[in-house]
Design a binder for this molecule. Structure first.
Ligand code: GLY
Ligand code: MN
Ligand code: MN
Length: 516
C-alpha cells in the first residue's frame, strides 16, 4: 500500500467510525429545531437547596488538611467518569478525599476540583485557618446551549440539571467558581506559590497542574511525586478519627446493612431452589442497598459451601445447598458515601452442624478477644489482630491441626496458623471500605486507638475442600464474622453492628424468626 493510499484509508476509516458512532443519532440539525429547542421553557426553581448536614464540618476538615502545607495551593479533584463499555459510563462516584472535604455524596460532582487556596505566605505564622476552600465546578448550562439537549454525558435533557454556582454555595457553604477559571486560578502567583495535587484521580487536572508547575519553573511530574504523595497521605490521615457527622453516617450504613441481611435470610428458601442461589442472595442485598442507600460499598461476597474459602468470591454463581454454610460479606454505602462492612456466616437450613458450630465458635471467640484487646487502656491498632491470632492458633493446636505448638506458630518464624486465616483482622472504615489506606504505619497499625476511629474486626477460619492437612469433616467449611466498631469519646470500643445477631443461638433464632 502506498503512502497516499494509507492516508486515504485512514481518513476513510475515521469517517466510517464517525458514521458508526452516529448510528443511534436521529437529532435534527435544522436552525428551526435549534431555535425552537431554546425557547418556551418555564422558570428555574427559585428556592435554594438546603445546606447539607456535612457543611458545618467542612472548615474544620479543610483546616486539618491544610495545616502542614501553609502557603501552598492544594488541588483535590473529584475525578471524572469511567467508561464501562463504548459510550456507556459507570455511575460516577467521587474520590473519597474530595467527598470528605466537600460533603458531596451520591453521584455528585464529576469533573469538579476542590482547591485549598493559601491564605498566608509560606512559613508565615498562622493563627486560624491556613487555607480557603474553593470548589471549581461545571454549573448547569443555559437552555439555549446545545449541551442542554445534545450532550448525552452532561446535558440536562439526558442526565438532569446540575446545580448553579449559587445553589452549590447554598448546599455546601463553600465558595464556588466556574471550572473554566480553574487554570488561571492554579497559575496565579505560581512560582511563589507551590502546588500539590492528589495523584491518579483525574489525569487532565494532574496534567494542568504539571503544566503550570513547568511554566513556573517548579518541579513537575515524577519530580513532584513525593510532594503529591505527602498530600495524599495527609488527606488519608485526617480521616482516621471521624467527626460526629461521620459517626452518625456510619451507624446509618450499618443499620441499613442490617436490613439487607434480614432480606437475605427471608430470600434463602428461594435461593436454595435456584441454580445460582448465591446470585439470589446478592440481588436481595443489592436491592436494599439501592433502595435505602447510594448502593454497595464494595461487591457483595455471597459464598456458599466451599466458595467461602475463596476470600474475594464475587462470582456468586453457585448453588446454595441445605446443610452448608453461606458466608455473606456485604455493606451498604449510604448517600453520603460512608459504607458498612459486615460479614455473617449463616447455616442455610437454619441450624449449625456440630463441626460447623465448633469452627464458628472459634471464630466468634477470636472476635471477642479482639474486641477485649481494643478495650484495654493504651491499646494499639495492631493489638486487635494479635489477640485474634492467639485464639485461632490455640484452637488449631487443640484440634491437632498445627504441625508445631501454638506458641511456635505465633512466633515471627512460625505463622503456620495463617494457612487457615491468611488475611488481616481489622482495617479502618469510612468513605472507603478500606479507609485511610495512605496513612503512615505509625498512624495506622502502630497507632494508639483514639476516639472517633472506626474499624472492622473480622477473623475467619477457612478449610478448603482440598485441604489434606485437616480432617474430612472440616473440609469445605469457611467462616468469617465481621463487625464494625467505633472508639467512643471515653475510649471504650463498641460494636456499631451489635444488633446484627452473631452468636450461634442468636443466628439460629434470627433465621427461625424471619422465615416463620
Ligand atoms: N469486604 C472487604 C473486607 O472485609 O475487607
Ligand atoms: Mn472488612
Ligand atoms: Mn467485609
Amino acid at each position: 500500500m502506498t503512502e497516499h493510499n494509507a492516508d486515504h484509508e485512514t481518513a476513510h476509516d475515521a469517517q466510517a467510525m464517525d458514521e458508526r458512532n452516529d448510528n443511534r443519532s436521529h437529532r435534527p440539525e435544522t436552525d428551526a429545531f435549534r431555535e425552537f429547542m431554546a425557547s418556551h421553557w418555564g422558570p428555574r426553581p427559585s428556592e435554594m437547596p438546603e445546606r447539607s448536614a456535612a457543611a458545618d464540618y467542612l472548615q474544620a476538615r479543610a483546616d486539618k488538611a491544610g495545616e502542614p502545607f501553609a502557603g501552598e495551593r492544594l488541588v483535590i479533584p473529584a475525578g471524572t467518569y469511567k467508561v464501562r463499555s463504548n459510550d456507556t459510563d459507570y455511575r460516577f462516584r467521587a474520590h473519597s478525599a474530595f467527598a470528605h472535604l466537600t460533603g458531596l455524596g451520591g453521584e455528585k460532582e464529576p469533573d469538579a476540583v476542590l482547591v485549598l487556596e493559601p491564605l498566608t505566605a509560606p512559613g508565615e505564622a498562622v493563627d486560624g485557618s491556613t487555607h480557603e476552600a474553593v470548589l471549581y465546578m461545571m454549573p448547569r448550562a443555559s437552555r439555549t446551549s446545545q449541551e442542554f439537549y445534545a450532550d448525552s454525558r452532561y446535558g440536562e435533557f439526558w442526565v438532569g440539571a446540575r446545580p448553579s454556582l449559587e445553589e452549590m454555595e447554598a448546599l455546601t457553604g463553600l465558595r464556588c467558581a466556574h471550572i473554566n477559571t480553574l487554570r488561571d486560578a492554579l497559575a496565579k502567583d505560581a512560582g511563589q506559590v507551590r502546588l500539590r495535587v492528589v495523584p491518579q484521580v483525574d489525569a487532565a487536572v494532574e496534567a494542568m497542574v504539571n503544566e503550570v508547575r513547568q511554566q513556573a519553573g517548579l518541579p513537575s511530574g515524577g519530580d513532584a511525586r513525593a510532594e503529591d504523595d505527602a498530600l495524599d497521605e495527609r488527606l488519608s490521615e485526617i480521616r482516621l478519627c471521624k467527626d460526629a457527622y461521620e459517626v452518625a453516617e456510619l451507624q446509618r450504613a450499618v443499620d441499613v446493612t442490617h436490613a439487607g441481611f434480614d432480606d437475605i435470610i427471608r430470600i434463602l428458601p428461594r435461593a436454595i431452589g435456584h441454580r445460582r442461589g448465591e446470585r439470589v442472595v446478592e440481588g436481595a442485598f443489592g436491592a436494599v442497598a439501592r433502595e435505602e442507600g447510594n448502593g454497595l460499598g464494595y461487591d457483595t461476597i455471597a459464598a456458599s459451601g466451599n466458595h467461602a474459602n475463596t476470600l474475594h468470591w464475587i462470582d456468586n454463581d453457585g448453588e446454595v445447598r441445605p446443610g452448608d454454610l453461606i458466608l455473606v460479606d456485604a455493606g451498604v454505602e449510604v448517600d453520603s458515601l460512608y459504607t458498612a462492612d459486615i460479614t455473617r456466616t449463616l447455616p442455610v437450613n437454619g441450624t449449625f452442624s456440630e463441626p460447623q458450630a465448633r469452627i464458628y465458635q472459634a471464630v466468634l471467640d477470636a472476635c471477642e478477644a479482639s474486641l477485649a484487646a481494643a478495650n484495654k487502656p493504651g491499646a494499639r491498632f495492631r493489638d486487635l489482630h494479635q489477640a485474634a491470632m492467639e485464639v485461632i492458633a490455640a484452637r488449631l493446636e487443640e484440634w491437632g491441626l498445627l504441625p508445631v505448638s501454638a506458641a511456635e506458630s505465633l512466633s515471627a518464624d512460625g505463622q503456620q496458623h495463617r494457612r487457615w486465616m491468611p488475611h488481616g483482622t481489622s482495617h479502618h472504615l469510612g468513605l472507603d471500605v478500606h479507609d485511610c489506606a495512605k496513612a503512615r504505619r505509625e498512624m495506622y497499625q502502630d497507632a494508639l486507638l483514639e476516639p472517633g476511629m472506626a474499624f472492622t474486626i473480622e477473623p475467619g477460619l477457612y478449610f478448603r475442600a482440598d485441604d489434606l492437612a485437616v480432617p474430612e469433616e472440616y473440609r469445605g467449611i469457611g467462616v468469617r464474622i465481621e463487625d464494625d466498631c467505633i472508639v467512643n469519646e471515653d475510649g471504650s470500643v463498641t460494636r456499631m453492628s451489635e444488633d446484627i445477631p452473631r452468636t450461634i443461638a442468636d443466628v439460629e433464632a434470627w433465621i427461625a424468626r424471619l422465615q416463620s
